[in-house]
Design a protein around this ligand. Sequence first.
Ligand code: NAI
Length: 377
Amino acid sequence: MAKLKWGMIGGGEGSQIGPAHRLGALADGKFEFTAAALDHRAEIGRDYAQRLGIVKDRAYGDWQEMLAGEKSRTDRIDLVTVATPNATHFEITKSFLEAGFNVLCEKPMTMTVEEGEDIVRIAQASGKICAVNYCYSAYPMVRQARAMVQAGELGQPRLVVTNFAHGHHADATDADNPRLRWRYDPALAGVSGQFADCGIHALHMASFICDDDVTTLSADFVSTIPSRVLEDDAMVNFRMGRGTVGRLWTSSVAVGRQHGFDIQIFGETGGLRWASEQPNQLIYTPVGGRTQIIEKGEAGLCDDAMRLSRVPIAHPEGFPLAVANIYCDLADAINGEARDALPSATDGLRSMMAVHTAVKSTKANGAWMDARPPMFR
Ligand code: NAI
């Protein structure tokens, strides 16, 4: 099958997430890197794109130029990735969907719930794919966890506990460093700092594995470093549609924790644990039985866990290949195969609703609130 043509906006030289997208998109030979507007500085972006092998007339200075250029081509790109800072996601994603492109947007998909609903409607009307990069959901053993819950191996999940708590913004003397400061500045980051940055990965993971949606939540946001306007620590309690109780802690001041993302699901007949720092292992305990380690690459895993593992048992694959799994599913979906696990615009909208509901709940001293997007009530 011919390779699909892939374009990228943002993710320029030195960016945090750009390399993971390039490694991921190109890992399996399903995409070729064809067009890009990589940087907010036009010439620097054009230069870097050409150094990465993009031909001159498709190394664009900005996304508007890229949209105009690609729209008019007969060999236009099949997929564009939006990996720019958060406040630009809505405008770029909307414009490319409306012009008939498939889009992979970084999280958070938008800044407001209304924008999120717009994207869901536009994606539906266009018939194009709008995926959101909740890439942790594409680790093979996370797919295995979801398959085990769906197969009833845990019974009904009673409780889900998830953390995404790291300590990399804990130094108060560095809090005014421009690289950190914008994340806690409402003008640049929106209504939420740490929860919108990391917490929504954990919330998406809870919904993804339990195959259920968050319905209500109660939040406690706090800025532990007083100069920060937005929260650097948050505790969010939530409930899901089938009654599962959820507990989520996210923090950027948890000194000593590195990546700090893990999840436990406690069901009627068994429990599961997965952690992003040991992504090849899923820890399973049946009620009354011994704890077992289920290993990526061993026999008997679900189809998705087998399909998305590339190297033999005990060899680490890691983060860029989790992103590659998102691109594998995207390539399949573009070619007409059903890939239901691919995080969608609806997931992006649900996250945005959770963020805004959590901010309101915090202001109301942790009052429980409806966290379902208005269009799904
Ligand atoms: P960054 O600040 O390291 O890099 C942003 C890049 O976008 C830079 O190269 C910049 O020049 C470019 N850029 C900015 N505005 C642009 C524009 N209008 N047009 C073209 N290029 C533009 O940011 P980082 O950390 O890479 O984050 C980017 C996005 O990825 C954010 O939305 C962030 O939330 C998300 N992210 C997602 C992760 C995940 O696990 N899914 C992990 C890290 C970031």
